[in-house]
Design a protein. Structure first.
Length: 183
C-alpha cells in the first residue's frame, strides 16, 4: 500500500482512533465495539420513543380529565345551595302550599330545584342512591348507627345529606344513618 492509498483510507476512517486502524485483529475488535455501540444507541432511541409516546398519552389523559372534571370545585360549592333549596321546600307546610298567596312562591322554588337538577345532569352530576341500599364506603359516610330488626345490619336507613357523583368520581359522599343489630 502506498502513501496515497493510506491517506485515502485514513480519510475514510477519520474520527476513528489510530489504535483501531493498526491491524486486522484490532479492526475486528473495533468493528465489534462499534456494532455494540450502534446497537446500544438504537436501543436508547427505541426507549426514548417509547417514553415520548407514554408522556404524550399521559398528557392527553390529563387534558381529557381536566375537561371532564373542571367543574368539580364549583359543583361542590353549588351542592350546598341545592341542599338549602331542598330544605326550604321541605319546610313549607302542606296547608301553605295550597294557599293562593304562597302557590307562586312554592312553584318558583320547585322550578328552581328542577333547573338545578337539569344543570347537574347536563354536567354529569348524579345523585347517589342511599336509602335502603347496603352501606358502600366508597359512596356513603355512616354518621350514626340505629338498631333495627327490619333490615340487615349495614343497610342505609336514612339519608342525612345527599351524596353526588361527577361522571365516575365521587363529588360528595352521602351522609347516612345505618342499621345495626339491636342489643
Amino acid at each position: 500500500m502506498n502513501d496515497t492509498e493510506r491517506s485515502e483510507n485514513a480519510a475514510e476512517l477519520e474520527g476513528v482512533p489510530a489504535d483501531m486502524i493498526d491491524d486486522g485483529a484490532k479492526s475486528d475488535e473495533a468493528l465489534a465495539r462499534l456494532t455494540g455501540e450502534l446497537d446500544a444507541a438504537r436501543q436508547d432511541v427505541l426507549y426514548a420513543k417509547a417514553e415520548t409516546q407514554n408522556v404524550r398519552r399521559r398528557l392527553e389523559k390529563d387534558i381529557a380529565d381536566a375537561r371532564t372534571y373542571a367543574a368539580t370545585s364549583f359543583a361542590r360549592d353549588i351542592l350546598s345551595v341545592a341542599d338549602n333549596l331542598a330544605r326550604a321546600l321541605e319546610s313549607i307546610p302542606a296547608d301553605l302550599r295550597g294557599d293562593e298567596k304562597f302557590r307562586n312562591l312554592v312553584s318558583g322554588l320547585e322550578a328552581t330545584g328542577r333547573e338545578i337538577e337539569k344543570v347537574f345532569a347536563s354536567h354529569g352530576i348524579t345523585r347517589i342512591a342511599a336509602k335502603g341500599m347496603p352501606l358502600d364506603p366508597h359512596q356513603h359516610q355512616a354518621m350514626i348507627e340505629m338498631p333495627s330488626t327490619d333490615v340487615e345490619p349495614g343497610t342505609v336507613l336514612q339519608e342525612l345529606q345527599s351524596g353526588y357523583m361527577i361522571k365516575d368520581r365521587l363529588l360528595r359522599a352521602a351522609m347516612v344513618a345505618v342499621s345495626k343489630k339491636p342489643e
